[in-house]
Design a binder for this molecule. Sequence first.
Ligand code: AMP
Ligand code: MG
Length: 329
Amino acid sequence: MRWAGLCALLLASLAQAEWYSEQQSIMGTSVSAQVWVEGEDAKSRAQEALAAVMAEMQRIDREYSPYKDTSQLSRANRLAPKASAAQPLSISAEFSLLIARSLHYGERSFGAFDITYASLGRYYDYRAGRKPSASERQQALPAINYRHVHLDAERHLLWFAHPQVYIDLGGIAKGYAVDRAVLLLRQRGIEHAVVSAGGDSRLLGDRRGQPWMVGIRNPRAAAGSAALRLPLENCAVSTSGDYERFFIDESGARAHHIINPSTGASAQGIMSATVIGPEGFDTDALSTSVFVLGVEKGITLINSMPGFDAIVISQDGKVHYSQGLAEPD
Ligand code: AMP
Ligand code: MG
């Protein structure tokens, strides 16, 4: 009787250790989180942690969505072109951090990563199959240059040195968001988790004794069909793909959402670029950078950055690896 009671007690406590998960549509993509929580009140603690993650994603979307008139980003796009060094726009410390890192990757990627791509990029409508017109292109192209964005990162002041500049953080904000989510989970004592926002994932710890298996999608197959799987733990992994948002234009070409700032057209040569590194803030910006730079320059950039690796699938379907990843047989 005593043993039966003890067993029941053990089973009850075992049932309090589980993986819990949640998925929502936020930031125009699928956001998901999976966490391991054990001990007393595991279920309610997991639910609270998952709710905190989703609330943080909603907050980031509210602040930086280009589609919400009330976001800080929309406010900056309205006011920063009219601001100046003498009369700059005051922004939040966090917005300043996001812009500073974006400008850093503008430099690091030789202009491939450029948040002012949106000066022209905003005229694309992938759902409606719309590209910018010739006159929109002519007007907006000179506005694409991250050097038009002036930031005083210490005092959180911003101004744009060109009247047509329009910025968008779509190439970096999801990576930042998964980092923030993992910070919130760690503050709650969680040691094993995965948080994803579209193509950006951050892995906390391992999968309890095993690595997380992160799939890199076959760019021309249905979602869920992996071209390869990587065993990873405690890192961030971001994939930029030409299949995320695109349409096939009248000439049969794929117009997709990653824009080459020097031409204003969709970047050519790569179907997907994956970057692995410590934090999503960096891997997100770098996956977009590598996509624009192309196979050779992109992999050279990643090889110059200790702690980062890349896997690139070029237009011909070939898979290319950075130095840190041995090619599988
Ligand atoms: P990702 O989702 O990280 O692959 O980045 C693609 C997103 O970044 C697009 O949906 C745009 O919002 C934005 N973007 C497109 N082209 C660029 C570029 N050249 N530099 C920075 N951001 C870009
Ligand atoms: Mg990216």
